[in-house]
Ligand binder design. Structure first.
Ligand SMILES: Nc1nc2c(c(=O)[nH]1)N[C@H]1C(S)=C(S)[C@@H](COP(=O)(O)O)O[C@H]1N2
Ligand SMILES: [Mo]
Length: 442
């Protein structure tokens, strides 16, 4: 019922590196397609790695001669990233591609530092070199198709620096029942870093969108896990109206320094408040279209939800799915950390962040009695448009015992977070139910 994913490990996607540590025979079976001693091949279905074997087997011709239980050299890169991300406290949900989320209490800063920003990759990251020569070409429904170097972007347009909210459309997926396949994000696929770049609108205006321009299409240089160079990992876009907003940017810096490879170096879109997939990383081409973009992961069930509510586990025709645009109102309790023991005679400080797609947060309420009564928290204004907002409150517990802190945000249209997991959908997007933190008063 909560969106915290407690007890949902049965459905967790195990990463390959972890599997090499705990069950090397089975890891081998996935990578090299060998039958496991127990013949449990079918069991791997739905673990999320089942297609990997076929893909990799083809690229490792001497697989059959490799000693069992060695992490194949093809995974060395991923193994390093897994180590680095886990060391900073992130929870790695998948290692090929890399996906990692941030525990709520590590997201307490108003501006999220690089090493605590969740990572969501659909494919394999491009090689980290060649940034000097990076270009962005813009074509399609524009008067003057142009190729910009990063220096051109910096020279021709006024740089802007803004704290911008990125949340994966699947954040909270672990709360859905029946479970939806994909990374089992709990609450941590959200962050609010400083991004420096140029306004998307300035760049578009410079190349002159034609009257027929209605949607953008973003392209990048990440690689398909199958190794097939013709397969596009992801190519998403946004309506021209979203691209024209003052807080939608083409970024070349994160928190005042170069963008790390994991977050899209050297150039990415940041379209705050929309599903993170709208913020293409490793951006090298924008094509302006006269129709809604239909690139990889724009269609079918990817980043789309049923246009009409359906029952949990229900079927829905792809024609009845719509693209997710602004993300719904949501909040996070970042202090105290769940499991905290608090002296009940003392006042407890509680706080976190709230955000609402393209809207503003007008109210955050907190309950320590399972929603029976609510108290209004203090809410700060956003650092700028597109940033999340901080909130805080203080509580005294009436007597020792077990409590849950619940937080519920409301946006400027009067829409509040639901307390239970809302509208089931096939891929488990848009779970914005109230965050809950357990505290023992002693
Ligand atoms: N090229 C490219 N861009 C991408 C992705 C990707 O896999 N490839 N993932 C998208 C998704 S689904 C999300 S949620 C955000 C995550 O950004 P982050 O990894 O910097 O947190 O990047 C988006 N941009
Ligand atoms: Mo995402």
């Amino acid at each position: 019922m909560s969106n915290q994913g407690h007890g949902r490990n049965f459905n967790r996607e195990r990463g390959l590196i972890e599997l090499y540590g705990t069950d090397p025979e089975r890891a081998d079976a996935i990578v090299f397609g060998r039958k496991t001693p127990l013949g449990r091949r079918g069991f791997l279905k739905g673990v999320g790695l089942s297609s990997l074997g076929a893909a990799l087997g083809a690229t490792i011709p001497f697989a059959a001669y490799m000693p069992s239980g060695l992490v194949p050299v093809a995974f060395a890169d991923e193994a390093n990233w897994v180590r680095e991300l886990s060391d900073t406290g992130l929870t790695v949900l998948n290692d090929r591609p890399i996906n990692a989320e941030t525990p709520a209490h590590l997201l307490n800063d108003s501006v999220t530092p690089n090493h605590l920003h969740f990572v969501r990759n659909n494919g394999l990251m491009p090689e980290g070199n060649g940034n000097q020569k990076w270009t962005l070409s813009i074509d399609g429904e524009v008067m003057r198709p142009t190729t910009f170097s990063i220096a051109d972007l910096k020279r021709n347009f006024r740089p802007v620096k803004k704290a911008l909210l990125l949340e994966c459309g699947g954040n909270g997926r672990a709360g859905y029942n029946p479970p939806a396949r994909g990374n089992q994000w709990t609450t941590g696929a959200v962050a609010n870093a400083y991004w420096t770049g140029v306004r998307y609108s300035d760049v578009l205006n410079a190349v002159g969108p034609k009257p027929t321009a209605i949607y953008t299409a973003h392209y990048s240089s990440d690689r398909h896990p199958s190794g097939d160079p013709d397969k596009v990992v992801i190519s998403r876009g946004i309506p021209i109206a979203k691209a024209m907003k003052s807080d939608t940017i083409i970024a070349f810096e994160m928190n005042g320094g170069p963008i790390p490879l994991t977050h899209g170096a050297p150039l990415r879109v940041v379209a705050p408040g929309w599903p993170g997939s709208a913020s293409q990383k490793w951006l090298n081409r924008i094509s302006i279209r006269d129709q809604v973009h239909d690139g990889t992961k724009m269609t079918g069930k990817s980043y789309r939800v049923p246009d009409q509510p359906i029952p949990p586990g229900g079927e829905v025709n792809n024609l009845d799915m719509r693209i997710i645009e602004a993300m719904p109102v949501k909040s996070l309790i970042t202090r105290p950390e769940t499991g905290y023991h608090h002296k009940h005679r003392e006042t407890m400080q509680i706080g976190g962040h709230a955000w609402a797609g393209d809207r503003i947060i007008t109210k955050v309420e907190v309950s320590i009695d399972f929603g029976a009564t609510w108290r209004r928290a203090r809410v700060e204004g956003p650092l700028n448009r597109g940033s999340w907002q901080d909130w805080s409150s203080a509580f005294k517990f009436p007597k020792p015992g077990y409590y849950e802190l619940w937080a519920r945000a409301t946006d400027n249209e009067g829409v509040a977070q639901p307390m239970l997991v809302p509208g089931w959908n096939p891929r488990g997007y848009l779970n914005n139910s109230t965050h809950r933190v357990a505290v023992t008063a002693i």
